[in-house]
Ligand binder design. Sequence first.
Ligand code: NAD
Length: 378
Amino acid sequence: MPDNLFRFADKFGPLKIIHVHEPSINLKAVLVIDNVAKGPSIGGVRMALDVSTEECFRLARAMTMKNAAAGLPHGGGKVVVYGDAKMPKQQKSLLLRGLASALRNEDSYIFAPDMGTDEECMAWIRDEIGRVVALPRELGGIPLDEIGATGWGLSHATDVAASHCNFELEGARLVIQGFGAVGKNTARFLAKKGAVLVAASDSRGMIKNHSGLNVNELIQLKLQGKSVADYPDGERFEREAIIGVECDIWIPAARPDVINIDNVGHLRTKLIVQGANIPITHEAEAMLSKQGILYVPDFIANAGGVICAAMEYHGANESAALATITEKVKRNTELVLTRAKEKNIEPRQAAIEMATERVQKAMSFRRFSTFSMGPKFI
Ligand code: NAD
């Protein structure tokens, strides 16, 4: 028995691990299709020099749980491609076209973008084989970062969670770490609901003003290639100082592991809604309830992007996608926070339990639990 080959195997999957190799274009890639009991898998193509099969499996499993938690009829999958994402465009196009051709018949995997790939890459894949989400608008895609799909979902998760913390969004003090696609759109939508942005940061610094920052002016600064710290009407600090700013809602929308055991005690907020993936280490997350801070876990709060992508795949337009994000993110946030309270468990544990139950239920309808989808699967 080749044990090593099955080192990731457990009751959920993975269904398949495919190594793709085409020497003529120096293509080396791995596809992991984890669990497709809920439907064909969706997950991004990550291109980087340091990717591995192990990472690919972990990301595919995360997508199984994320798609299930989001209530989508999709399982989890992922592709990693070995290469420098900044390679010349022609070479990148050839590599991704080769990848798509090699996986032409793997119809239980739908391509999507991740680190190192974007909507143009998805257009190349569409040209080769179809079966892809997050296309440019010209090809019928819904540009999820441009419309702020993830920020839209985060604003609704925040709305639901605020009622669990007994405060109103109107007048609530908001802090955003990371003013990119997710952060700036979350700020925009929450400001419309009456929240007051008191601090924002990016990789170059932080700006703070207790009377409130103008979100549109900050967005304009970023569009001009400047930092939020260049905003004239506020106090300027180092970017890390954002962790200690007193507020009602603190939204991480930058990098993984920004809150850890060394700085978790500096937080002075009532609520954290996780925009970034894994912004808080597990040890630090476990400290939050002791500090009286409620949080909404990443894969519940930031599911707007993947919901938007799945809606695009099923032919929806932008307004239908946004309506579905509202409905699903609100419902799932409420379910998770209520379950956490009733069972006296961490919100993350409640979210994992909910996602796991959904995958298991879907598996119970299948003849071969993880797959058996029939020829007319998608
Ligand atoms: P982005 O590149 O558009 O923006 C990231 C922002 O964070 C930039 O403004 C950058 O300057 C800032 N930043 C980087 N390091 C920082 C630091 N140490 N402190 C403060 N700011 C810092 O990326 P994005 O698409 O907005 O994604 C942000 C996070 O959300 C990532 O973790 C991503 O994986 C996650 N996420 C994104 C989406 C999506 O739809 N884009 C969906 C789910 C999760």
